[in-house]
Design a protein around this ligand. Sequence first.
Ligand SMILES: [Zn+2]
Length: 179
Amino acid sequence: MKLFQFLNKNKETKFQCLCCGQIYDEIPLTFGSEFPSYYFTIPENEISERVEYEKSLCIIDDHFFHRVRLAIPVLDYSENLNFDIWVTISEENFIKRNENWNDEERIHLEPYFGYLQNEIFGYQNTLNLHTVSIENKPGIIPNVQVIDDSHQLYSDQKNGISLEKAKSIVQNILKIHHN
Ligand SMILES: [Zn+2]
């Protein structure tokens, strides 16, 4: 009996992309954007002049950005749905982040306010949502929390989503990636 439960459980972790049939050992749950959306408005021949980009930090003209992880708890699963995306950060906090880049104690710094700078798949109008980002240990990008309490992302981060909803978001993302 136990063996059957084990087998069934194992089977459940496999995930198949509906658009092409590709099979994953586990549902892919981490997605992201390489750049803040503002980057994509810069003409290619102006990028080297206007954009500074390093690790998970980016400066475009006089705008400061950092990469953060937006995690949405999946209630009936062991992992979160993650989006590694960009938010704005003030110049003052940008400097602070740089100064504390390798400091183990940076987890005690005050959260950084910022505006979300990417569209999040499965959600509408996520550009410029208000957020706070909380430092992690060196080597790990901060975790971001949406603080606009009228937005679906706020309640989903707070309350979690079902595995069914996560799967449907993931299917939609893969459909775009695979085409
Ligand atoms: Zn596919």
